[in-house]
Design a protein around this ligand. Structure first.
Ligand code: SF4
Ligand code: SF4
Length: 350
């Protein structure tokens, strides 16, 4: 999900978010609502469901908690029952947002991903099926198969060796190897961005370059300077718009957190491996977290050092009197919703 990066675009986003934070219904900010209501709210506000197919990733990038939390020695698959619970719930509302395989695993490391894609495509005809991959397992067989099975969007992050992320020779060699392995031609679209040509689905390749100041602390896990220097006051919309589920069925407050980190125990909101617990229970149970994150003031727990989408201290916060006035004015909530859809969701597939 990428918001506009131009200055006027960013200002507009901030204004829309502020209006949105204050126009949200009160019962979105509590976990004491019926499951039916949670389902309605989920249908209206969630545009990204992010999951893991299994636990394994073959890499240990320095900026990722996988550098010190083991995801390589053994791979745990997401249990079929958990996957079916997720897909079944989304299918009940004919979900039309993004279903993304991403987080802390490499989705292409297990062939099981192909069955899961097939099932998701059959059950969720309107959803955008998305995968973020490091590209290591893509080749002349696997890449076309993703498209055949109904993937809509493939985002490849092609990592260069540490310290040589902007070395032209490394980049040229990395791109050449990727093209040779996949049989695909790349068309340059930006300084370090490429489009894979000849596919129906949209597939892109980026060459990331992370620096200590540019990365987030991943909910306080990664040892960077801002762990001690930064304290979050900005509101966060993540638990309004996103639902995040780990390979083991644990529902998290956001994509920055992970259930296999002991420090993130408090960020586990629910468990979809428990019988009778599904995506709408999880969304309901995020209510208290949403309330805390939309309020003004310093944030706590895993959010304290997280600078992801910090649009400025308290600028977007929900104030009781503004929210109360907005709720009493007929048509305000609908107008804000329309604005949100136009400004914030326009790049769902970008
Ligand atoms: S490839 Fe992705 S998930 Fe794997 S270690 Fe690197 S950043 Fe983390
Ligand atoms: S502030 Fe950061 S850690 Fe907290 S919910 Fe938002 S993205 Fe996640």
């Amino acid at each position: 999900m990428r918001a506009s990066s131009t200055a006027p675009g960013r200002t507009l986003n901030v204004l829309v978010k502020a209006a949105f934070a204050n126009a949200l219904p009160d019962d979105l900010l509590t976990d004491s609502i019926s499951l039916d209501r949670a389902k309605q709210l989920f249908s209206k506000y969630v545009d990204q469901v992010e999951i893991e197919n299994h636990s394994f990733c073959n890499r240990i990038c320095w900026f990722c908690p996988n550098a010190f939390i083991d995801r390589r020695s053994v791979s745990h698959e997401m249990p079929e029952r958990v996957f079916e619970t997720i897909i079944g719930g989304l299918s009940e509302i004919d979900y039309a947002g993004a279903l993304t395989w991403s987080r802390f695993h490499e989705a292409m490391a297990s062939p099981r991903i192909f069955d899961r894609l097939r099932s998701a495509r059959a059950a969720l005809p309107r959803a955008g099926l998305v995968m973020i991959s490091n590209g290591d397992y893509l080749n002349r067989k696997t890449l076309p198969r993703l498209e055949e099975l109904g993937l809509d969007r493939l985002i490849v992050d092609l990592y260069m060796p540490d310290g040589r992320e902007r070395d032209p020779k490394e980049i040229e060699s990395g791109l050449r190897k990727f093209s040779r392995r996949t049989g695909m031609t790349l068309e340059q679209t930006g300084d370090f961005s490429y489009r894979v040509t000849g596919l129906r689905m949209k597939a892109t390749v980026d060459i990331p370059f992370y620096t200590e100041s540019g990365i987030s602390t991943r909910g306080g896990l990664v040892e960077v300077e801002k762990l001690s220097s930064y304290r979050r006051r900005a509101v966060c919309m993540a638990p309004v718009r996103h639902v995040v589920i780990d390979y083991n069925g644990k529902g998290m407050i956001c994509c920055q957190t992970r259930s296999d980190a002991p420090e993130h125990r408090e960020a586990i909101v629910g468990d979809l491996s428990e019988s009778g617990y599904g995506v709408f229970h999880l969304y309901r149970d995020l209510g208290a977290t949403r309330r805390a994150l939309l309020s003004p003031g310093e944030k706590s727990g895993v959010c304290l050092t997280c600078d992801v989408r910090d649009d400025g201290p308290d600028r977007l916060a929900r104030r009781k009197w503004i929210a109360g006035a907005a709720a009493r004015m007929p048509g305000v909530a609908n107008s804000v919703d329309r604005l949100w859809n136009r400004v914030m969701r326009r790049d769902l597939a970008s």
